[in-house]
Design a protein. Structure first.
Length: 262
């Protein structure tokens, strides 16, 4: 596949500019959904940036679901990349440099109060929806379904708060929430998530706004901590790659049992 003709990029704000230019190429049809991107060694000089800067931009787009990595085969545009890039909030995250950490901070500001409102306003139907998501976790369905169950739980709380603006907020951020949930779920098992969801549900069911607020803060603070650990791990990997092969950690001894993450 021949490389698309790409204009050179300024060194200032490299990551955001790369993301914006890739989005523009997708929108213009130069890069079609499902297409394989040229290798980094070709893309980097085409953009006039380092491969390290390029890698950060590609990683951001992978987190948003715009790109997919196929081991040994390269990087591909997702089949629904165009649809993802049409989402207003996704555009903000891609172009303005909004991170998943920013998203979790926003959720910490908004969702505890929504949980408190839900404890005051939830109907029996709302409670049934929350209960069904907890049952979905117990059935041990695949990760994709568990992410959907997690989203459904939070959506039910947004809805139960009976605030149309906040319901609209959920519709804007739900795809980014899914990316965040999928990332943090790789650090712990799903029972860990249930342990945080159950007290939120119990507080709402028992009409205890203060307890619901506290339980939601605990849940989202834990998610923020897990995301921080993921980012720290990624930084260490990047540092090792930049330092060269001699700095990479030695392979684990065969038979060694990895320490379970808390």
């Amino acid at each position: 596949m021949s490389s698309p003709s790409l204009p050179s990029a300024s060194k200032d704000g490299v990551t955001n500019q790369l993301i914006a230019r890739l989005k523009s190429l997708i929108s213009a049809g130069v890069l079609a959904p499902g297409a394989r991107l040229p290798p980094e060694r070709e893309l980097a000089p085409a953009f006039g940036v380092s491969r390290s800067s390029l890698r950060h931009a590609l990683k951001a787009m992978e987190i948003m679901g715009v790109l997919t990595q196929r081991v040994g085969d390269g990087t591909y545009l997702a089949a629904d990349a165009g649809a993802i890039l049409q989402e207003p909030f996704e555009l903000l995250m891609l172009i303005d440099g909004i991170t998943l950490d920013d998203l979790l901070e926003t959720r910490l500001i908004v969702e505890p109060e929504l949980a408190a409102r839900a404890a005051e306003r939830a109907t029996l139907e709302d409670l049934n929806k929350m209960s069904q998501t907890l049952e979905g976790f117990r059935r041990g369905t695949p990760d994709t379904a568990l992410v959907e169950a997690d989203l459904a739980f939070h959506r039910a709380i947004f809805d139960a708060a009976r605030n149309p603006i906040c319901t609209r907020i959920f519709s804007l951020i739900h795809r980014a929430m899914a990316s965040s949930i999928l990332l943090t779920s790789k650090m712990v098992d799903w029972d860990h998530t249930i342990e945080f969801h159950r007290p939120i549900y119990t507080a709402i069911e028992k009409r205890r706004p203060v307890d619901a607020r506290v339980a939601m803060i605990a849940h989202l603070s834990d998610a923020k901590s897990l995301l921080g650990r993921i980012e720290d791990r990624a930084k260490r990997v990047d540092a090792n790659l930049l330092a060269g092969p001699g700095s990479l950690p030695s392979p684990k001894r065969r038979g060694a049992v990895p320490r379970k993450l808390a």
